[in-house]
Structures are given as structure tokens and as C-alpha cells.
Design a protein around this ligand. Sequence first.
Ligand code: UDX
Length: 435
Amino acid sequence: MHIAMIGSGYVGLVSGACFADFGHQVVCIDKAEAKIEALKKGIIPIYEPGLDQLVASNTKAGRLSFTTDLAEPVSKADVVFIAVGTPSRRGDGHADLSYVYAAAREIARSVKGFTVVVTKSTVPVGTGDEVERIIREENPDADVAVVSNPEFLREGAAISDFKRPDRIVVGLEDERARDVMSEVYRPLYINQSPLLFTSRRTSELIKYAGNAFLAMKITFINEIADLCEAVGANVQEVARGIGLDGRIGSKFLHAGPGYGGSCFPKDTLALVKTAQDNATPVRLIETTVAVNDTRKRAMARKVIAACGGDVRGKTIAILGLTFKPNTDDMREAPSLSVIQALQDAGAKIRAYDPEGMEAARELLADVAYGQSAYDIAEGADALVIVTEWDAFRALDFRRLGDVMAAPVLVDLRNVYSEDEVRKHGFSYVGVGRGR
Ligand code: UDX
């Protein structure tokens, strides 16, 4: 199969490299010349474990290439994926589809022969209809089937998520696309990953409903964590106790500082807007969005309380800045709200993150960055774990205690237990562990 991947960002690059690894012939396209030039040299613009080797080996094998020119690869393609960005539109929370529609127009001008055009970007219900309308308007002779095939990749685990998915969802209106999409995903579904065919609108909604449900699950356990603190219960045990019920399941029940990232905040908001526009408000999700927003700042109050109620002039060391480990992504990271709120309360901030400091520098003012946990702990009045990188899972508390001004650990990811930290003379505050 010949595949053209429009958009070489996170989703496009991971999907393109994985399809090439399946043996397909893939061209990744992007308008950003610097990015394409870098990719041609094997420089990957994002941090994703395993992606550099996957890109290198498939480029070497001649199955994966990069270009800024859309016309040629699209004309040769059996399948064209649209994997461009759909940021939240400023002001109204709707997904901004201008890049998707621009890609559709360009595709229309270049397609030759029967071509399946797939939206992989997360797009609101009805976008596939509009993509099809645009292509037909631009080129009435184009022979295309427009398909929805949402991605469910988690940053940091994207390659294994792509290669071992729980399911592959394909929404189509033109039956000719069924065989083509089966062929594209053949290596996966012969390995028993279910390939679920639905209508195009259903597929588009599955993506949003899935993300909203997970966001709701996290927010649910976060509220239960607050209740645990108030009544003297332990949220990790509650999560285990309810998660063993197969109807609930154990995943996405880790209490923490609130969800962040490029998907949950954006997609929940877009779903709320779509539902409001269709006069069927999704109140559970509206509440989830509001609760999660409040939670991020509320975490700063936890830190302030752990410092005796006042952080004016105190130094707080922040461990972990990215919205989760194994990524350099700072989008909607809880650390941003926590740090801003602590600065508003008069604290001085020192911070360390294995991959996120470059992006953080552009988003945060007046933060002193260090080279390790021990480096930023020097003279600090509290150490706060905001992101659970593996490197923070076996900290040497004796060494930390020696250099800190006050031995206080605020563990917003419940990495440690109170007992193991206390024995080194630290005071400990976790999330939802009222005992
Ligand atoms: C998510 C979806 O999982 C993926 O299917 C979709 O395609 C894109 O959005 P991602 O944003 O990469 O992936 O990260 P994920 O691992 O889902 O975590 C999202 C946020 O939820 C993070 O901030 C994480 O820290 C938080 N989270 C997750 C919790 O607070 N508790 C949990 O139990 C799980």
C-alpha cells in the first residue's frame, strides 16, 4: 500500500513510522520545511521512546520518506491520512479545523484514481462530511471515500499503543473503503486487535466519548481522594477496591493533580461545545472540565498548607514539569497552574524535569532550573513531586534531607508511602491518603 501522511507532528509521525514498519510505503508530509529537513537527517522533533530507531530503520529500508510537497505522494497514494493539528479555537473552545480543511482542498487537487482519505486528527462529529464536501467542490471528478479512523495513542507509549491497540475504529460511508482499511491494518487485526467498522459520525464520536469517559474517571477518583483526606480513608485502596470490579476496571483510577496534556482538556471542551450546539448538554463532562480546572490550582494550597500555611519568601522545589512522564509535552500540565499559584503566594520556585525544561522555559517566568532532584532541593523549604518520572521513584531521602532547609515532601502522584519517607525525618503529604 502507498500511504501519504499529511502532518508530521506527533500523531502523523508515529502512525507513519508504524505503517512503514508494517511494510507499507509511507511518505510523511509537512509544510514546516525545517521539520522535514531535520527528519530527513534522522532528527526527531519530539520526544517519544523508540521513535528515533523506528524512523531510522524504516527510512534506511526505503519505506519511509519525508517531503514538503503534497502533490506527488498524494497522487500515488492508495490512502491519504490527514493528521494535522486541531487546536482549541481561541475564545470559544471549538476545535480549529482550518488545517484539516486546507489539507482536504490540497488533496482534492492532487488525487488520482480511487483514493481513501482518512481523518486521523481528532475532529468533531460531522467533519468527515465537510471534508468530503470540500473535496467534491474542489474537484468534482475526484474518486474518494472519506473515512474516520481516530487515534488512541498515549504520549510516551505511542508505538506500543499503535502496534497493540485495544481496538481500531474505522467509520465509513463508502463500502469500497472497508477492504482498503482492512489491508492497511492487516498486521494488527490478524494479531486479534478488533477492527470495528461503524458509520463515520459514530467513529468521530467514539474518540470524544472515549477521552471524555477517561477524563471523567480520573476526575471521579480525584474527588474521592479529597473525600478520603476529609474522612480518613486511603484513595489507593479505594481505587483498588472498586477497580477489581470488572465493570469498573483498575485503569485511570490514579488520583493526582488533575489531568493535562494535548487531548483530554481539548477534547472534553470540544465535546461540551458540540453537545451545547446540538441542544443536548453533557453535564457530567461540563462538570469534569470545571472540577479539573479548579483542582490544578488547589494543589498549590496543599503545598502551602504543608509549609505551615505561608510560602512567602520560601523556596519550593518542583520535581517534574511535563503533564505526565516520558514526554516533553508541557501542554495543560498541572505544574503550570501549581507553579503560578505558588508564585502568586510569594514562593520562589526551583524546578527540574528530565525532558520538559526547554518547553517550560517558554511558559513560565522566574523559575530557576536545576540539573537533578538533589540540585533543586538545595536550600528548599519543600520538595513537590508533580510528575511521576521513573527517575523520581527511588530518591535518596537522606541526601535530600541534608541539603534542604526543611524536610517536607508533597507527593502529588502518590509515588511514596508516608512511612518510608517519615523514617528519614521528612514530613509527608500525598493525595487522598487520610490513612
Ligand atoms: C490520552 C488518551 O489516553 C489517548 O487514548 C488519546 O488518544 C490521547 O489522550 P495522553 O494525553 O497521551 O493520552 O495521556 P494519558 O496517559 O491518557 O494521561 C492523560 C492525563 O491524565 C495525564 O495528565 C495523566 O497524568 C492523567 N492521569 C491518567 C491521571 O491523573 N490518573 C490516571 O489514572 C491516568
